[in-house]
Write a protein that binds this ligand. Structure first.
Ligand SMILES: [Fe+2]
Ligand SMILES: [Fe+2]
Length: 324
């Protein structure tokens, strides 16, 4: 008996039609569903880039784990950095549901065939950077990621729900650290201001190039992978951050920043896209170091993966034998 054709169309046109209807109805595409090649490729690229960013993002803050000024600060920072590892794992798993291989994605990152967020190529010079990363970098990540909870690809959207909850803890721990420092000595306040001066502009670049220079955005939005344009999200982030900066008592390093009564938005000065292009193409202050350490982690820990794989295989064999 052949499968009923109405429920399970097999020709490409009917499959495409079903896919389009699912997207139009704002329902989720699941791993078992047919999807256009371009949709699969775009998702693998975006999810891998996102996973790589979580894992590379552990480095700049991880550098401060041994130097955290108290047990409490160390526990908070350790929990945060571990969360980022977890985010990477959820996202690599989501990429695997699309047929990607985790080891292969890691190799592509190390060979610099796939990118990660440009923000993690800046160094963390003082402990205030830990607070500013939590406030601004995780804050920008939240603006980017909350709409991804409604992304059209089911496993990605579901991973993002948990990730976003943890990101909001990250942002709060950063802001709380900065509030504490701002209530401290003159020197501590200067450290916070210096960190804000260095991270503000790179955090604006996290939303990607401006809309008129973002060639893949329109297709990603039509597919429901992306829900808002880069410029929309960047504006939302600025509107959210300015009052937080005022409450904290720091100055954002932008002489053009002003309130626009007519539109109800904070307007900001021009972004240095030449710097962004340099950093994203591998020439930022810490790119080489980030990749060198990721490569060392892969190579030095290969025996752990091998041992775990051998154990899993042996265990699976024992279970099969037992069943027989
Ligand atoms: Fe994260
Ligand atoms: Fe985070």
């Amino acid at each position: 008996m052949s499968a009923p054709t109405l429920d399970r169309p097999t020709d490409e046109a009917a499959l495409q039609q079903r896919f389009d209807a699912t997207i139009a109805a704002d329902r989720r595409i699941e791993p078992r569903d047919w999807m256009p090649d371009g949709y699969r490729k775009t998702l693998v690229r975006q999810i891998a880039q996102h996973a790589h960013s979580e894992i590379i993002g552990m480095q700049p803050e991880g550098d401060w784990l041994l130097a955290a000024p108290s047990l409490r600060r160390k526990a908070i920072l350790l929990a945060k950095v571990q969360d980022e590892a977890g985010h990477g794992m959820y996202l690599y798993s989501a990429a695997e549901t699309l047929g990607a291989d985790r080891a292969d994605l890691t190799d592509k990152l190390i060979e610099q065939k796939q990118k990660y967020s440009s923000i993690f190529n800046y160094p963390t010079l003082t402990y205030a950077d830990v607070g500013v990363i939590g406030w601004l970098v995780d804050g920008a990540a939240i603006c980017n990621q909350v709409p991804l909870c409604r992304s059209s690809y089911g496993p990605y959207a579901r991973a993002m729900i948990r990730i976003c909850k943890e990101e909001s803890f990250h942002q709060r721990q950063g802001y709380e650290l900065l509030m504490t420092m701002m209530g401290g000595t003159e020197e501590q306040r200067a450290m916070v201001q210096d960190a804000v001066d260095r991270w503000w502009w790179p955090s604006l670049m996290m939303f990607g190039p401006p809309d008129d220079d973002s060639p893949n955005s329109a297709q990603s939005m039509a597919w429901g992978i992306k829900r808002h344009s880069n410029d929309e999200l960047r504006q939302r982030y600025v509107d959210m951050s300015v009052p937080q900066a005022q409450f904290l008592g720091v100055t954002l390093p932008d002489p053009d920043l002003h309130w626009d009564e007519e539109t109800g938005h904070w307007r900001f000065g021009p972004i240095d896209w030449a710097e962004f292009k340099q950093v994203v193409s591998g020439n930022g202050p810490a790119n080489a170091e980030r990749i060198r350490r990721r490569r060392a982690a892969r190579d030095d820990n290969a025996w752990v993966t091998e041992a775990a794989t051998a154990y899993a295989r042996k265990h699976a064999g024992a279970v099969t034998e037992g069943a027989a």
